[in-house]
Design a protein around this ligand. Sequence first.
Ligand code: SF4
Length: 322
Amino acid sequence: MSDDASRGLASLLLPIVDAPAATACGSAPVAAPPVSRRLPPWLRQNLAPGGGHAETAHLIAELNLETVCSSAKCPNRLECWSQRTATFMILGNVCTRPCGFCSVPKGKTEELEADEPERVAEAARRLGLAHVVITSVTRDDLPDGGAEHFRRTVEAVRAATGAAIEVLVPDFIGKDGALERLMESRPEVFNHNTETVPRLYRTVRGRKSVYAWTLQLLADAKRLMPAVKTKTGLMLGLGETRDELLDVFADLLDHGVDFLTLGQYLQPTLDSLPVERYVPPEEFDELGGIARRMGFRKVASGPLVRSSYHARDMADDVSARP
Ligand code: SF4
């Protein structure tokens, strides 16, 4: 269990930031002086008002649940948990992929817990969530990649809460029928993160993840359920260029993606990939504007944006693609 209400504020500090190199977005990567060990001012956060964070932490601990908020050391945890929002992570707390940006533990996976869907549903009900985001580790070791467990969790949460459900899923590479199984649960939002540009895929996501498969998965979800809103996210500051980002935006639109999130990559542990550049807020604004003009139905772009940050706002008030 990674969430622990007793950890207190010490566990809520931002991730490691002593990154050794920088590149300029909008041009080819160039050698540059080391990035400052200090976070730029736009990434320094004030503590959220109110004390609701502890209540959420206690509930998650009581029900023995995992959240990506803790496992991925999300910088927004104080804010989200104070507002009684969390992103549940199912299928265990050990991942079978070696992604260089992620702090979720890798190694020997855990047995699935048959009652996990009901425990997630109970947490969502007690938090009063109207929009529930459910994600998971990647389980290449399971024959269906965990799709059936995912489906059961979506259905349990919906039955307990009536909430809209957003699934933030792994790629299910090589798992025939897994996506179809999951989509039987009819989530309102289907989210699968692209994470980075194709040139950096192997470095950032490891050798098993494939850019073309990401695009195909997003398109297949829409094909199987045309009313679903598809969503993806990219981390900036890993060495990508502006032209590469714009090419990815175009690819995503070609594959029917509705929503886009853009956020700053932050190094979660000393062993994780370094930050290549801190992208200033004005550049996030500009890229977000470009993405909207290119055709995404909704875009959230900012240094602290994460794929599940204010997820309900993004999903609200958007009708199906005409
Ligand atoms: S942005 Fe998402 S992952 Fe981060 S704390 Fe909020 S709900 Fe959790």
